[in-house]
Design a protein around this ligand. Sequence first.
Ligand code: ADP
Ligand code: MG
Length: 486
Amino acid sequence: MEYEAVIGLEIHVQLKAKSKVFAGTPAGFGEEPNLLIDPTVLALPGALPVLNRESVEKSMKFGLMIDAKMPTISRWSRKNYFYPDSPKNYQITQLAEEAIVGPGEVEIELPGPSRNVMGEHKKIRINHAHLEEDVGKLTHGGNTSLVDYNRAGTTLLEIVTEPDMHSAEEAVALLNAIIMILRAAGLSDCDMEKGQLRCDTNVSVRPAGTQELRTRTEMKNVNSLTGVRNCINFEIKRQAAAYERGETIVQETRGWNAETGHTYSMRSKENAHDYRYFPDPDLMPVKVDDAWLQRLAATLPERPFDRQRRYMADYKLPYTVTSVLIPDLQLCEYFEASLKACGKNPQQTANFLINEILRELAAIGPEATIAQSRIAPEALAGLVEVVEAGTISKQQAKEVFAEMWTSGKPAAAIIEEKGLSQSNDSGALEAIIDTVLADAKNISLVAAIKGGNDRAINALKGQVMKAAKGKANPAQVDAILRAKLA
Ligand code: ADP
Ligand code: MG
C-alpha cells in the first residue's frame, strides 16, 4: 500500500534576551557552571518570579512576523514534574489557548529542480507559540551526576505547527523558514550546535488519499537539520512496515540515535493531566493592546520571502543571487545601503558583494560577517559608479577592488594613483584607430570585415586597446571602429 506521512513539529527556540525570562540574572552561554543563578532561578524559599519584558516582546515580534492572531490576554501556568534539571519541581509555561502567540502561518520554499531555480512555495499553519523557561543541564558519569543551572530559566519560545507537512523535505523547509524569520527579526541566532533551536518531531503515516490523523510517535530534542530529515525518513519507513505486517503503532516518545540512524522506544507518551497544569499564582497575566503591537511591528524587517520577490521584480536579480542575500539581513542592508548611495546597476552591486566581498570574508574565516567588510557600502557604490561610467573596465575593477580591500582607499583615488582611467578622449582614440586601420598588415582583416566577417573586428579592437595601453573604453573603440568601417 502507498502511505502518506503526516508531520508536525514543536520547535523550541532560545530567544536572545539579556536576562532570564522570570529573573534578573543574565542569560548566557559558555560560562563556568552555576554562575548565572540567583534565588529565583534556584527557587529558594520566598523568591518570586518577575516577567522579562524583552522575552515577551521578542515572542510577540515572532507572532507579528508570521501574521499570527495575537491574543489580547496571555497567562502563565505551572507544568509540574520532578527531575533535578528544574530546581522548582515545575516549569513556568503557557497553555496553548493562553499562549502569547495565537494561530499563524509560515511560508516555506521546497527545494527546486536545481539550485538555480526557485522551488515551490507553500504555507504551513502554526497552531500557536508559547513562552516558557528552559531547564538546567545534567551530566552523568560514574556514580556522580552534576547539574548546571546556567541555562535554567532562559527564554524559550515553543512554536507548535499543525500536522501540515508530508515529507522530511517540507519539515526541513519549515525549519529553514523559521530560522530565517527569527534571525532577520533579531530574535534568536538559532545556532543548533549551541542548542539554541531544538525540535520535537511528530510523525504518523496513513494510507495515501485518506485524511484521518493516525497514531503518532514523537522524537524529542532532535538538534540538527540532518537529524530531523533522517529521523523522519526512518520513522516513515518503520511505521509503514509495521502497518504492512498488520501491527499497530503505539503512541510513544522515541529517541533518535544519529550514529545508527535509528529511532528507538523511550517511554509511552505522557498526557497533559500527568503534569497537573495549573495557573501560576505568582505571575500576572499579560494584557496586549493594539498600540503595543503597532509599536513592535514598526521595528520589524520585511519578511524574507517578500524581500526576495522584491529583489527579483524591482532589481531583476537572479534567483541564485537573491538566495545568497536573503537569509542574511545584514547583507541585505549592506546591499540596499550601497544601492542608495549610487542607485545604479543593482546586478553589478550584488555581483561585487557576492563574488568579491563574500570571497574576502570567507578567507577571514567561516564566522566572518559583512560587518567586517573593509569596504563600506558607499565605497562599493563608488566602484560600481566608475565601472558604469566606463572609466574603468570590469577587468580593471577587480584590480581596483583588491586595492580597495587592502588599502581602504576609495575607487576614484586608486584609479587616479595608478593612472587606470580609460581614455574617453575620442580625438586621441580616433587617431590611434586610423593608424591601426591604415597599417598594411591589416588590409586583409579590413577586407574580411567589410565582406561580412563580423568576428574579425575583435582582432582590430585588440590592436587598438594595446596601442591605447589598455586605457581606451572598449564600447567607445567598438563604436568608432564600426563607424569607420561602415
Ligand atoms: P500534545 O498536546 O500531546 O503535545 P498536540 O496536539 O499539541 O499534542 O500536537 C503536538 C504536535 O504533534 C503538533 O506539532 C502537531 O501538529 C503534531 N501532531 C498531532 N497529531 C499528529 C499526527 N497524527 N501525526 C503527526 N503529527 C501530529
Ligand atoms: Mg506537546
